[in-house]
Design a protein around this ligand. Structure first.
Ligand SMILES: C[S@@+](CC[C@H](N)C(=O)[O-])C[C@H]1O[C@@H](n2cnc3c(N)ncnc32)[C@H](O)[C@@H]1O
Length: 298
């Protein structure tokens, strides 16, 4: 996997989440440790970074990228929905900062084993954690038309979900869908479009691929469980910072912060989410849809 990954909204992360040299930081989606490398610069040997990820390849890259850190570093293969267990098993009581930068790293998109890319033909899989049983291929080859259409609409917000589901099911009557390339061709024939046409603002398969990735990795369920666990794991004045990349995730974060504010648990630092400036958008296209929300535990 290519080991390069530009952390999004890095300037705001440094500015808004200032740490003490002995802070305890949890990077719940450590990825290639782009954000954690920024934290490591602010921490002394009294500080600590706990980096979690479901993808062992990412943890290997994070280990290399944090090898010069002065602070303690603990890297754990775990889903962030298990964050309370990670604290318990490692004797950590509470943290000064818990960050989650949701979704996937650019390196995972290029990883042939992950099967996430519509730009490259690869085995259709989409599991970020290969201990999960169900792949994207299992879903498209087993669900009925209504089940597929509902899934593509709910998690991809794809208006043409019915047409796409119909095409998938009709293809399935002849053959199994095994690769991302096959799925792209099916989607494009359903939409009557050319995937390489310049007029496409986004690739025609984007929404369907997003829907399948969310379903395979149970992304929204895990996010809700994680967000519910965070308040009891933060110190007083500790911060929760979440970067989301699409409206379904952002809505869950926004509602969780609001509910915790109403319950007197959080103050919300970001009345509106922080987004990338024009320079970052040009330098790092992934940042275009990033939204950072921060809350502080009262
Ligand atoms: C956008 S990347 C994080 C990049 C990281 N902030 C950096 O700067 O290098 C998201 C990471 O979260 C991981 N991930 C996604 N869902 C997860 C979950 N439920 N629990 C733990 N890690 C998860 C992915 O494997 C990926 O490495």
């Amino acid at each position: 996997m290519p080991a390069e990954h530009k952390p999004v909204l890095a300037q705001y992360i440094s500015r808004e989440l200032t740490l003490q040299s002995n802070s305890i930081v949890v990077d719940a989606t450590v990825g290639f440790a782009g954000h954690s490398s920024i934290f490591a610069q602010q921490l002394s040997s009294d500080g600590m970074i706990i980096g979690m990820d479901v993808d062992p390849k990412c943890l290997e890259v994070a280990k290399q990228n944090l090898s010069d850190a002065k602070c303690k570093v603990l890297l754990v293969r775990s889903n962030f929905s298990e964050i309370a267990n990670v604290f318990r098993e490692n004797g950590i009581e509470s943290a000064d900062l818990i960050l989650a930068d949701l979704g996937i790293c650019s390196g995972q998109l290029a990883d042939m084993d992950r099967g996430l890319s519509f730009g490259q033909d690869m085995k259709l899989d989409m599991r970020l954690d290969d201990r999960l049983e169900t792949t994207a291929a299992d879903i498209v080859n087993s669900r009925d038309e209504k089940g597929l259409a509902d899934l593509i609409f709910k998690y991809g917000e794809e208006r043409a979900s019915r047409r796409i589901a119909r095409s998938i099911v009709s293809y399935n009557q002849k053959a199994k869908i095994k690769t991302t390339g096959q799925l792209v061709d099916i989607i494009c024939s359903a939409l009557g479009c050319d995937p390489n046409a310049r007029k496409n603002k986004i690739h025609p398969a984007t929404k369907t691929f997003q829907a399948l990735r969310i379903a395979v990795n149970k992304e929204l369920e895990n996010l809700e469980i994680f967000l519910d666990a965070v308040p009891s794991l933060l110190k007083k004045n500790g911060r929760a910072a979440i970067i989301s990349f699409h409206s379904l995730e952002d809505r869950i974060v926004k509602n969780n912060f609001r509910n915790n504010k109403a319950a007197g648990i959080y103050d919300i630092i970001t009345k509106k989410p922080i987004v990338a400036d024009r320079t970052e958008e040009i330098e790092n296209p992934r940042s275009r849809s990033a939204k950072l929300r921060i809350a502080v535990k009262i």
